[in-house]
Ligand binder design. Sequence first.
Ligand SMILES: CC(C)(COP(=O)(O)OP(=O)(O)OC[C@H]1O[C@@H](n2cnc3c(N)ncnc32)[C@H](O)[C@@H]1OP(=O)(O)O)[C@@H](O)C(=O)NCCC(=O)NCCS
Length: 261
Amino acid sequence: MLKHSVMGRKASCRPSIAYRPIRPSDLGILEQLHADLFPIRYESEFFYNVVNRRDIVSWGAVDRKRPNGQSDELIGFVTVKIVLARESEIDDLIRRDSARSEHTLVYILTLGVVEAYRNFGIASALIREVTRYARSIPTCRAVYLHVISYNTPAIYLYKKMSFDCVRRLYGFYLIDGRDYDAYLFVYYVNGGRSPCSPLEIAIGVVNYLKTGFKSVAGRIWRYDDRKPWRSTKCKESYELLTTHSNRNLAVDQGATEFQCV
Ligand SMILES: CC(C)(COP(=O)(O)OP(=O)(O)OC[C@H]1O[C@@H](n2cnc3c(N)ncnc32)[C@H](O)[C@@H]1OP(=O)(O)O)[C@@H](O)C(=O)NCCC(=O)NCCS
């Protein structure tokens, strides 16, 4: 039903998007959207927890102008959970202070927008809800998430929303018997950014020297058509800050961890 009504067609007129919490009546559509948008199968318990707000916080997007009684039907969603920083995989990236043991993080579990409503800024608005929420929690130091390495639109989106790409996790996802890498993105809040490590300082110095060298060389050689050398923090991080994760997600066995893909 959803596929015919929303997935394939562009929203006909300019939509009027509203954001609201996800509630029990959204259960069916939420399950359907996850099945349509993600290569991972989520267990019923996950959806039950989302709609009943059991350890999961969520926001939904609806198009108030949508006809045929669908003006309150979800066309986008984001789900998150709060985790303790010290129990997370990014504890080393969070600034240390005396109250460190209480630090929390907001982890984005799933984010999606139906195809017909993409590129209207809905996912960006949902992410802003999440970062606002994270900022409102005094103990929270960052929002983070995983994204599968081939998901270009999502990677562009997180970069645009000022998330830092901090790690490449090799073989993080196991989908249909195949390994896929993931990127780990972090958005710091409430002063959570860790001070520069010696490695980061070294990377910065190397980048600075490289940039300086290119600019001098460019002036000497007058290669007018050469593109300026670009330093991508994300790319550097992939190569220099790689870690391996054992948390593969076996789809066939049902997902017990819920990662953004
Ligand atoms: C990723 C997704 C959530 C984006 O939703 P959306 O509502 O279209 O996102 P927005 O309109 O807020 O997009 C804004 C930015 O996303 C990026 N983006 C969106 N579509 C893109 C594409 N096809 N190629 C490259 N970048 C893209 C751009 O940076 C864009 O900014 P710009 O328009 O200023 O260039 C949506 O494509 C989706 O649901 N995909 C399937 C599920 C999924 O992959 N979820 C993320 C899991 S981590």
